[in-house]
Design a protein around this ligand. Structure first.
Ligand code: TXA
Ligand code: MG
Length: 351
């Protein structure tokens, strides 16, 4: 299959043509990758069972892993859910459009293939003009997972989408680099107390300010060990992962640097090509290996934005093993560490 690639220009009329072409593809059951503020999504018609099946096939994704349905206005919720809880509107009022996905009870219009057979549906109103124009122009809602091959880091640039999906989907809309760089926060609104299933840019503290108490899916930080099964089915897979094995080192910067140096030296001695990921303040302490600094220790947002690109870059440089300094878990740092721990298969050394 030839994949059309079109770049958003910022000129309304030119972009209108691109969006019309993409909307037509969606209406005809095809697949379009498009930008959102978090990561690129791989979209298909949310009411078309075959489109959902095509999404799973293109990504190589297990079909028990449900998709997020993207809408263009808050009122669209009533077309997916018969009984929208008031707390959902309270959160929508504050965070939509934006990087928050809410799980609600689904009505019978939402196909089982989209929800992986669950009685609930994940809904999000993205804060990206191209995304919202596309949803509106398609005249339907758009089911979209992140636009990467299953298991690879989520795409934060159109080039990442091309790497993974060119030849497998109908169209890629290149909206430039993404602002946030980590997937949306997911909160399950179907119980008495909202439950955080996936941390993201909208933090637990921010949710609490609006809805009071929230609970946490115990699998968020511990990963999937023994009988702790995550409530978001997608969180159980080794995810966001570079090809090389990654280990995190956590502690005071001096001790972390010393430990990573020792580990890197040993691995290099074994003939391995070593990748090192540390905050930019610490880059100067390393001279050997493939060193990538996703951002300053003082700027967790910058680290979030560059994290997945950095993991892909290690793949490109062909490293065999990666040692990474653990970042702060404050605020959005909790989402950064959640993704890093997953990418590392929960391997972490404390010094
Ligand atoms: O930022 C984002 O959320 C991006 C952009 C494209 O919107 N999308 C995204 O989709 O990250 P995906 O498919 O990569 O992750 C969706 C997660 C999966 O872990 C899935 O299991 C969970 O949401 N999920 C979807 N529907 C669910 C439901 N009804 N109940 C629990 N978890 C659900
Ligand atoms: Mg994903």
């Amino acid at each position: 299959m030839d994949t059309i690639v079109e770049k958003i220009t910022g000129i309304w009329e030119d972009d209108e043509k691109i969006i019309r072409t993409a909307a037509e593809i969606i209406r005809n059951g095809g697949l379009v990758a498009f930008p959102t503020e978090t990561v690129y999504g791989l979209g298909g018609d949310a009411f078309d069972e075959n489109a959902a099946a095509a999404i799973y096939a293109a990504k190589g994704r297990p079909s028990d892993n449900p998709l997020i349905v993207h809408i263009a206005e808050t009122e669209d919720l009533t077309k997916l859910c018969d009984d929208v809880p008031p707390a959902v509107y309270a959160l929508a009022e504050r965070f939509w459009p934006g990087p928050l996905t809410m799980i609600v009870g689904k009505n019978s219009r939402v196909p089982d293939t989209v929800t992986g057979g669950l009685e609930t549906v994940a809904v999000r109103l993205p804060d990206n003009l191209t995304a919202r124009r596309l949803i509106k122009a398609s005249g339907t809602f758009i089911a979209a997972p992140s636009a990467n091959l299953s298991g690879r880091p989520s795409p934060t640039a159109a080039s990442h989408v091309k790497e993974d999906l060119a030849g497998r989907i109908d169209m890629i809309i290149d909206g430039g680099n993404i602002e946030i760089g980590l997937e949306s926060t997911i909160v399950d609104m179907t119980g008495e107390i909202p439950m955080l299933l996936r941390p993201g840019f909208v933090t637990a503290e921010m949710l609490r300010e609006t809805v009071g108490e929230i609970s946490y899916d115990p699998a968020i930080m511990s990963g999937v060990s023994g009988d702790v099964k995550p409530k978001a089915p997608g969180m159980k897979y080794r995810h966001y992962a570079p090809r090389a094995e990654m280990t995190l080192v956590e502690g005071a910067p001096d001790a972390v640097i010393a430990k990573i140096k020792r580990l890197a030296k040993d691995a290099a001695g074994d003939g391995k090509r070593v990748g090192i990921m540390v905050p930019s303040e610490d880059g100067k302490f390393f001279s050997e290996g493939e060193i990538i600094c996703p951002g300053s220790r003082e700027n967790t947002k910058e680290i979030a934005k560059n994290l997945f690109g950095a993991l892909r870059e290690f793949d490109e440089r062909g490293v065999d093993i990666i040692y990474a300094e653990a970042f702060s878990r404050e605020g959005i740092g909790s989402a950064v560490m959640n993704r890093l721990l997953k990418a590392a298969g929960q391997r972490i050394i404390k010094v």
